[in-house]
Design a protein around this ligand. Structure first.
Ligand code: UDP
Length: 426
């Protein structure tokens, strides 16, 4: 694929609002844009979506910034003024493509650190530039975010408006009229979330090779035997990223009753260019699984899913989330977990970490259960309690469905964006 490229081209010659991110599939931002762009068009905006590219060195830098925003690494490399040189050079090489398509009167929405480097060029060309930062953690600035804001000060100065999930995730010093808060949304009609016909989910899980002794060219499955049809099932769906703590989920699972199985599903790491740690995380999960006693190991199923074609993989995720008795999201930090909302709109009982944006999504004991991700025994107790109490699961799941479908609609997000994109918002 030559980059940059359009995922969705502008509809016509009217002023346009162009979303720019780093991947067409895989991860929450791509998922969000696939629903948001059509929703913006439905309300009359000439919305479009373009994707930038990068090499391994570039994505190593952006992944490092991502981890720094979550307080997971030391800030030292950013002391070197040359550290961002490759990052800036890779985006500078792509700027002419964007300047050919975005100009005065247009809005460019740059998503996450992977694209904010385009801000100065687009601003100079007369576009209104919005930066939507989807990540963040409630940590002191000196644990990481402060170093990112200092290093990207030039890029941030070229931004007209900043959007974050929680107000405290925004860089300091952005004036009130330029700072916006917008929670993400899910598309309940999309393959990822739509109701499945009777038998459709079971057929998909057979096809993928999870519940039938079958191999699929689109999924790599690690399991001793197919998932039994009558098993109680705990599911986590995530990228293979250290912050999603898939390894930690395996550790919490050990000790649950013998009819309970765990399914960890993630995108095939070789298909996610901006996720350089994916292979290493998957290897670590495999290692931890292999060390379990045989009876426990047999109850842990790993699914690495191809995203091609995207509709098929979305349907498999849908089927997995619906098959779950409990969905878990044991992230160490999370700007907003779309997987949490996806499970909630399906009426699932969710156990999720009380971190970042997830605290906005779940009211503990009302529409899900919040846990401390550092407390392995506490997470296990929460899973066990829900697994053993179908009435509680139903009550939480029903509240989850109602609250998530009311709050996290694409129409609401498109309305939020209409405010952000308006030139007089600044
Ligand atoms: N996802 C997927 N297949 C996978 C793993 C994840 O389609 O194997 C999707 C998931 O359904 C969700 C998105 O990727 O839509 C992840 O978004 P989230 O906000 O939870 O986390 P992010 O990856 O953006 O950190």
């Amino acid at each position: 694929m030559t980059v940059p490229f359009w995922v969705i081209e502008p509809a016509d010659d009217r002023p346009r609002l162009v979303h720019v991110n780093a991947t067409a599939t895989g991860g929450g931002v791509a998922e969000l844009l696939s629903g948001l762009v059509p929703a913006q068009r439905a309300r009359g905006t000439n919305a479009a979506w373009a994707v930038t590219g990068g090499n391994a060195e570039f994505f190593a830098v952006t992944k490092y910034l991502y981890r720094l925003l979550h307080g997971q690494v030391a800030a030292a490399p950013l002391d070197d003024p040359e550290y961002l040189a490759v990052y800036r050079a890779v985006l500078a090489g792509q700027a002419p493509w964007f300047l050919a398509h975005i100009g005065p009167g247009d809005v460019a929405v740059l998503h996450d650190t992977q694209t904010i480097g385009l801000a100065p060029a687009l601003r100079a060309a007369g576009a209104r530039v919005v930066w939507h930062c989807h990540v963040g953690a409630e940590i002191p600035s000196e644990r990481g975010p402060g170093a990112v804001w200092r290093a990207l000060a030039g890029e941030l100065a070229a931004v007209d408006a900043v959007v974050t999930t929680l107000p405290q995730f925004a860089p300091p010093g952005v004036p009130d009229g330029r700072r916006f808060v917008a929670a993400p949304a899910v598309d309940t009609d999309a393959p990822k979330n739509r109701e499945l016909a009777p038998g459709e989910g079971a057929a998909l899980l057979d096809e993928v090779g999870l519940t039938a002794a079958r191999t699929s060219p689109r999924a790599a499955i690690v399991q001793d035997a197919p998932l039994p049809r009558d098993a109680r099932v705990v599911v986590q769906v995530s990228r293979w990223d250290p912050l999603k703590d898939m390894v930690g989920v395996v550790r919490c699972f050990a000790g649950l009753p013998p009819d309970v199985h765990l399914v960890l599903a993630g995108t095939d790491p070789s298909e996610v260019s901006d996720d350089p740690e994916g292979r290493a995380v998957l290897a670590e999960v495999l290692r931890v699984r292999a060390e379990l006693p045989p009876a426990e190991r047999a109850r842990v199923h790993l699914v690495s899913l191809s995203m091609r074609p995207p509709e098929w993989s979305a349907l498999v995720v849908n089927a997995l989330q619906r098959r779950a008795d409990v969905v878990v999201q044991k992230s160490l930090e999370e700007g907003f977990g779309l997987t949490v909302t996806e499970a909630m709109v399906k009426g699932r009982a969710v156990v999720a970490s009380a971190v970042g944006g997830i605290r906005l999504q779940i009211a503990d004991g009302e529409n899900g259960v919040l846990v401390d991700p550092a407390d392995t025994a506490g997470v296990r107790r929460a899973l066990a309690r829900l697994l053993d109490d179908p009435a509680l699961r139903r009550r939480l799941g029903e509240h989850a469905r109602r609250s998530a479908t009311a709050r996290y609609t694409m129409r609401r997000l498109a309305d939020d964006y209409a405010r952000v994109a308006a030139p007089d918002a600044a």
